[in-house]
Design a binder for this molecule. Structure first.
Ligand code: G4P
Length: 296
């Protein structure tokens, strides 16, 4: 990242302390029902999309990570993130919940992760039963998409509003595995400004709660620094890329985002840039870099 010091203010949406406590309580209640928790992270931002207190909430319960939206992330970086988590003793599985890539591997990994617990139950004289797991993650990370995928396409409406309770249902995945059809919805790292910015870039935070113009300029700045060729090719820009508003205007002109009198339509240009980035039209990009303490 370059000059993201002039950071944006992203309010905490609907996540007030009361909501956070309630969400945490709901997750804790459901934790008792499962053998493994499956934490969904966005493969483009594995750090920024993590919940700041998940480790505390989950305690000693076996945990597995899904690097979802892997189809939008840089493959080399995803492999590095998988290694990083392995180094921490956590299995991470890259998944595309929309197309279903990685889902088979995920089911196998969950079963493996739960095995010590289910084997132990049997050793203690209990009847053998399927491993049970639940899915946790911040809004928009792909929880309902993954549950739908795992359940073979049965529509699952997942409510993002914190504190929503529903009758518990289990989705059977073969004879060995059961998934709680009620994801735990957790809050992201709003306090961490860099994380908040990455959440805004990727669309994890609703656009109407922050200054879109400021965020787009920072996204352009990031792309210009890290992926100048990608940016030039996408918008057919020639020569050295200008910075700041001049770059935005250049893209606006190239895209024909003009108002009467030839003035740039900034809002339209900003929307094009955000949509292109979020849908992967710039290519596969990972924004979060590995922590420096990793041995990958
Ligand atoms: P949530 O339950 O965690 O809140 O997330 P949800 O499954 O609703 O997914 C949020 C958005 O992310 C959806 O797009 C969904 O299609 C997309 N998505 C989920 N998993 C993946 C993935 O692995 N790859 C890609 N590329 N996209 C993914 P949307 O535009 O909000 O809705 P829709 O129009 O696609 O239904």
């Amino acid at each position: 990242m370059t000059d993201n010091d002039n950071i944006i203010d992203i309010p905490s949406l609907q996540w007030y302390p009361g909501h956070m406590r309630k969400a945490e309580r709901l997750v804790k209640e459901n934790l008792k029902l499962v053998d493994v928790v499956v934490e969904l992270l966005d493969a483009r931002i594995p750090m920024s999309s993590a919940n700041p207190v998940l480790r505390e909430i989950v305690g000693g319960k076996p945990r597995l990570i899904v690097l979802n939206k892997a189809d939008l992330a840089d493959e080399t970086m995803t492999r590095a993130w998988v290694k990083y988590f392995a180094w921490q003793g956590i299995t991470a599985v890259p998944v595309d919940a929309v197309k279903g890539r990685g889902v088979k591997e995920l089911v196998q990994a969950i079963a493996k992760c739960a095995k010590p617990k289910t084997d132990k139950l049997v050793q203690h004289g209990a009847k053998a039963r399927a491993a049970r797991c639940m899915i946790l993650g911040i809004p928009n990370v792909g929880k309902s998409s993954l549950i739908n995928r795992l359940s073979g396409g049965t529509k699952t409406k997942v409510e993002n509003r914190p504190g929503v309770t529903r009758a518990k249902q289990w989705i059977r995945l073969g004879a060995q595995l059961e998934l709680l059809d009620m994801p735990g919805i957790l809050w992201p790292k709003f306090e961490d400004q860099q994380a908040a910015l990455h959440l805004a870039f990727t669309g994890a935070i609703n656009d109407n709660v922050y200054d879109v113009a400021g965020v787009v300029l920072l996204l352009l700045d990031t792309l210009r620094t890290k992926y100048p060729v990608v940016l030039s090719e996408r918008f057919r820009l020639e020569g050295e890329l200008p910075s700041g508003v001049m770059l935005l205007e250049e893209i606006g002109r190239k895209r024909g985002c003009l108002r009467a009198g030839g003035k740039i339509n900034y809002e339209k240009t900003e929307q094009i840039i955000l949509t292109d980035f979020r849908s992967g039209r710039f290519g596969r990009i990972t924004l979060d870099v590995l922590p420096t303490d990793s041995s990958t």
